[in-house]
Design a protein around this ligand. Structure first.
Ligand code: IPD
Ligand code: CA
Length: 280
């Protein structure tokens, strides 16, 4: 049977590679780029983020004129952020903008594609590492064409957990982030890491390098593609409180298996943040 979304996925891979070249060309000059701020002084955006998002959306519009978009920089510019049943491209032109600005080498282009609110394919291109992660629903996850599989580890005490501090430094939020971190470190786990890119953290779970990743404060464009890459690599996704994942809730827990996920969820001091679709 033909896969009706395969040509869209092939196009996403081509665009991610093209965008990756733009980012690689810019990264040498990233420290000279004008850095602008969005929700807070540590929520950064550059002209390269905006240029890459335009490049991707323009090209998709030419090829698939009826499709919808949720793009990080378009939303920042005032577009609505609403996930409908229509075919929707969910785009983070640079996931890891802070890394990009500092030339810290984990920077990704993340393109998810959903239909009926279900992610059909995900493409995450870690462009400085030249690693192209892809997943098609029901057809597995791959990195540069090599199949991905999550770690077999069932004991969280032998796990590496990825997380991030996020871009909200309100004292109450920082307290909660650190109270969770303290509990996770004290399980004790083998280690805690963070790549500075939600999409890459999720690909690390899919690759079996880390057992789990959690964060509160991410956005749908950070996790849409990565969520399918994790599940197609055999992993599980949930809310940080152990309930079902809601892509618009700005909370995510991705793990290699249910037992690691449930243990981790018990240690997280979960709090609510304004949803991505709150104003829509
Ligand atoms: C950010 C990165 C970071 C995560 C933030 C995200 P951006 O995305 O994924 O790792 O901690 O929550 O917003 O701003 O670089 O696209
Ligand atoms: Ca971004």
């Amino acid at each position: 049977m033909t896969d009706i979304w395969q040509s869209a996925m092939d196009h996403a891979v081509v665009l991610a590679r093209k965008a990756g070249q733009v980012v690689r060309d810019a990264v040498g000059d990233a420290q000279k780029e004008a850095v602008m701020v969005k929700s807070s002084s540590i929520d950064l955006v550059t002209q390269t983020d905006q240029k890459v998002e335009k490049l991707i959306i323009q090209s998709v519009k030419e090829k698939f004129p009826t499709h919808c978009f949720i793009g990080e920089e378009s939303v920042a510019a005032g577009e609505v952020c609403v996930l409908t049943d229509s075919p929707t491209w969910i785009i983070d032109p640079i996931d890891g903008t802070t890394n990009f600005v500092h030339t810290f080498p984990f920077v990704a282009i993340s393109i998810g594609f959903s239909v009926n609110k279900q992610v059909e394919f995900g493409v995450v291109y870690s462009c400085l590492q030249d690693q192209m992660y892809t997943a098609r629903r029901g057809k597995g996850a791959f990195c540069n064409g090599r199949p991905l599989r999550v770690s077999h580890q069932k004991d969280i005490r032998q796990a590496i957990i990825a997380t991030e501090f996020g871009s909200n430094r309100d004292p109450g939020v920082v307290d909660k982030v650190f109270s969770s971190l303290k509990r996770v470190v004290s399980i004790p786990v083998h280690g805690v890491r963070g790549a500075g890119s939600a999409a890459i953290n999720m690909c690390l779970v899919a690759s079996g390098c880390v057992e789990a990743y959690y964060e509160i404060g991410i956005h749908v464009w950070d996790i849409a593609a990565g969520s399918l890459i994790v599940s197609e690599a055999g992993g599980v996704l949930m809310d940080v409180d152990g309930g079902p994942l809601d892509l618009m809730s700005r909370r995510v827990l991705a793990a290699n298996n249910q037992s690691v996920a449930e243990h981790l969820a018990k240690e997280i001091d979960a709090f609510r943040v304004r949803r991505d679709d709150a104003a829509s």
